[in-house]
Design a protein around this ligand. Structure first.
Ligand code: PEP
Length: 246
């Protein structure tokens, strides 16, 4: 089943969250063939879980800590997220990696913690523009994936991956669907090598300047098993159109 996920980043207060979700639920068609996921900021998770309860729309967090509890000021743990109703968490988003210095090793610890807690991670990978220009896209993406699964190679089926080229995020310049498909096929190969028994069980999403106009072009391709949407998910009408784009 394909997954269409909204990453609100650091946007929307509690009241704005409630207003958005009430409108979104009004216009969202009933689907049985796709999963819809909203990842609001931490402060909005509680109200979102109440509004979304019983609707089938999934709730996810944008980040987590790898420890269950303790002296980690400002962090949020997986048991906290689970209790509030999160079934997903975005791990290793490029803004976490490049603004907040998250390393592949830290991402690996978070993936392991998610697997231990039974919260499905959406592992974000993607190259910077200088990597692409240097012909390093595959190498960068492969390294990110191999380190992320280090020690949990047999559990690739419990993770989804979002291919998000850094240069396409929030820029209004998406990858071409053909370029995205090429990387998605490569990721599938890497996953096959890491865990041949779980072939096809990890969904590979595309993210980076997806909008209602270009979403159908991505979703035409069977290799693209979902979308992770930032800017265009901030408006309920726009996100509902993206969900409806295939
Ligand atoms: C994202 O943040 O995951 C993202 C894809 O953002 P945008 O859609 O704004 O490029």
């Amino acid at each position: 089943m394909r997954l269409i996920a909204a990453n609100w980043k650091m946007n929307k207060t509690v009241s704005e969250t409630e207003e958005y979700l009430r409108r979104f639920l009004e216009i969202l068609k009933p689907y049985e063939d796709r999963e819809v996921l909203i990842c609001p900021p931490f402060t909005s998770l509680y109200v979102a879980s109440r509004v979304l309860s019983g609707t089938g729309v999934r709730l996810g967090a944008q980040n987590c800590h790898y420890e269950r509890k303790g002296a980690f000021t400002g962090e949020v743990s997986l048991p906290m997220l689970k209790e509030i109703g999160c079934s997903y968490v975005i791990v290793g988003h490029s803004e976490r990696r490049h603004i907040f210095g998250e390393t592949d090793e830290l991402v690996n610890r978070k993936i392991i913690a998610c697997l231990e807690e039974g919260v499905r991670p959406i592992l974000c990978v993607g190259e910077k523009i200088e990597d692409r220009e240097a012909g390093m896209t595959f190498k960068v993406v492969e390294t990110q994936i191999r380190i992320a699964f280090s020690g949990v190679e047999g559990m690739t089926d419990r993770v989804d991956i979002a291919y998000e080229p850094v240069w396409a995020i929030g820029t209004g310049v998406p990858a071409s669907p053909e370029d995205a498909v090429e990387v998605h096929r490569f990721i599938r190969e890497v996953l096959r090598e890491i865990n041949p028994r779980a072939e096809g069980k990890t969904r590979i999403l595309y993210g980076g300047s997806v909008n209602p106009e270009n979403a159908p072009e991505f979703m035409k391709h069977g290799e693209i098993e979902g979308l992770l949407v930032g800017t265009a998910s901030l408006d309920p009408e726009s996100f509902a159109k993206i969900v409806d784009s295939f």
